[in-house]
Design a protein around this ligand. Structure first.
Ligand code: F6P
Length: 514
């Protein structure tokens, strides 16, 4: 079945209408005037989606621009492509794979997809194992060895859900091939009380396999004997894990992209931290957002509205980055996780046919938890020469009993978004805040497994939307290959000292390192 998605983005009628609109009033849009003109702006540009409230009203967008963007989505066949993903079609065309991370969140009996039974039997086994580890008082430390999608999602979620975590287990994450990381963790551990999880979709990734081999050597050298009890593997390549000597394995499938895999067996560290019930709630929250994305009209579909805003900002306003400002310290790894999700998915320069695109795609995502960012780079956000859209994520109910802190935290989040928009005129120049700087404000009632699941699924689908509009493959990552090949070549030269065919700059640096 075809997954054609209508005319190319920049050749649609809606694109031309957006260009006209941007040229007339869209480009000079001022949110302060917009609020003066329209007392319903907050209502029209905010909405409740499952577990997530979003206020888009401080953004540089008006109803006319949004109407053209909805028209663009329709011309591009966005709903067809969304339905193709949910029908299990091989929309990852460069790898001939279906894209079914959403299936990992479907309750039993909730989809005719033939893989659902396997999803649930694997989930049940993985969660039973997580409970077994939680009940095993002899295991105090769990080390997840993985990188990229096999690290960032679980690491972010374990930190985010710390308030729900079993305090008897310390979770560690080792990703970097830099031996300082593994050595730093191992220094504090004993083999008898440590469980290693080797997390790798392919079970071939250089960093992970190097760290896994070193961990196994350390385990044996320190007197560890029972590999079966102290090592487990999370992978689609179960055979490679067995060949490595690991008997306890939890599988997943090639239709789960690495950066979309925290819902699969890759989520085992999360399940060990928060328990089987907590993990099921994470899945349920994401499933609620999947249903919203799948069934809501485009006009009230939050991932769609966000993805359209992203395109409007990137291709018309020309914004090159987006700052992520989680006002919750437990979300400290969220910016790094979102970087992979969005930039590895949509950092592409050719369309589905491999043809160069005449417009820009993924922005740079970056950020730190609030209020820390305020005392570092918010200066630039308020008074720098670039306008950078900021995304605030705040949580109404804290998970601590220090109400004074939380009120101040929330006041700061609101004040920053207000200051960015309102600005403050001052004749001195130095103290002048231009204002009209765009931001989105996400609000969760509480940071729970359910609301986290919904928020992450919201982001996944938003990335899907902008990728689909641009006509790119959001589910491959060929851009990581070249560096891997060259690293192997250079690693060999460390041994041979051969310099033939190496460019002069790299050769100069290599000489210094030999
Ligand atoms: O190098 C990029 C990448 O392929 C990511 O997409 C992936 O999440 C990561 O490496 C880890 O891959 P694996 O889980 O196969 O070890």
């Amino acid at each position: 079945m075809s997954i054609a998605t209508g005319p190319r983005c920049h050749q649609t009628k809606a694109w031309a209408a957006l260009q006209d609109h941007y040229g007339s009033t869209g480009g000079t849009f001022d949110a302060r005037d917009a609020f003066r003109r329209d007392d319903k702006r907050f209502a029209s540009f905010s909405q409740q989606a499952p577990h997530v409230f979003a206020d888009l009203s401080k953004n540089a967008i008006d109803t006319q621009a949004e109407a053209h963007l909805f028209a663009l989505a329709r011309e591009r066949g966005l709903e067809r492509r969304r339905d193709a993903m949910f029908a299990g079609e091989a929309i990852n065309t460069t790898e001939q794979r279906a894209v079914k991370h959403w299936l990992l969140r479907v309750p039993e009996g909730g989809s005719p997809d033939p893989d659902l039974a396997l999803v649930h039997s694997t989930l049940d086994a993985m969660l039973a194992y997580a409970e077994q580890v939680r009940a095993d008082a002899a295991i105090t430390d769990v080390v997840n060895i993985g990188i990229g999608g096999s690290d960032l999602g679980p690491q972010m979620a374990v930190a985010a859900l710390d308030a729900f975590a079993d305090p008897g287990k310390r979770l560690h994450f080792v990703s970097n091939i830099d031996g300082h990381e593994l050595a730093g963790v191992l220094r504090r551990l004993r083999p008898q009380s440590t469980l290693f999880l080797i997390a790798s979709k392919t079970f071939t990734t250089l960093e992970t396999m190097t760290n896994a081999r070193s961990a196994k050597r350390w385990f044996e050298a320190e007197g560890g004997t029972d590999i079966a009890r102290h090592f487990a593997a999370l992978t689609t390549n179960v055979q490679a894990a067995r060949d490595f000597g690991i008997a306890t394995t939890f599988g997943f499938w090639d239709w789960v992209g690495g950066r979309y895999s925290l819902w699969s067996s890759i989520g085992l560290p999360i399940a060990i931290a928060v328990g089987a019930q907590g993990f099921r709630e994470l899945l349920a929250g994401a499933h609620a957002m999947d249903q919203h994305f799948r069934t809501e009209a485009l006009e009230r579909n939050l991932p769609v509205r966000l993805g359209l805003l992203d395109l409007w900002y990137r291709n018309f306003h020309g914004f090159t980055s987006r700052s992520i400002a989680p006002y919750h310290s437990a979300l400290r790894r969220l910016p790094a996780y979102l970087q992979q999700l969005e930039m590895e998915s949509n950092g592409k320069r050719v369309d589905l046919d491999g043809q160069p695109l005449p417009f820009a795609t993924s922005p740079v995502l970056w950020g730190e938890p609030g209020t820390n960012g305020q005392h570092a780079y918010f200066q630039m956000l308020h008074q720098g020469t670039d306008r950078v859209p900021v995304e605030f994520i705040a949580v109404r109910e804290p998970a601590h009993a220090l109400p004074e802190h939380h009120a101040l935290l929330l006041a700061n989040a609101l004040a920053q978004s207000q200051a960015l928009m309102q600005g403050r005129a001052d004749a001195s120049g130095h103290r002048d805040f231009p204002g009209n700087r765009p931001s989105t404000f996400f609000l969760l009632d509480a940071l729970t497994p359910r609301s986290l699941g919904a928020f992450l699924a919201l982001y996944e689908h938003r990335v899907f939307v902008s990728g689909a509009l641009w006509g790119i493959n959001s589910f491959d990552q060929w851009g990581v290959e070249l560096g891997k090949v060259l690293a192997q070549d250079i690693a060999r030269r460390f041994a041979t000292h051969a310099m033939d065919g190496v460019d002069p700059s790299t050769a100069g640096l290599l000489q210094k390192l030999l």
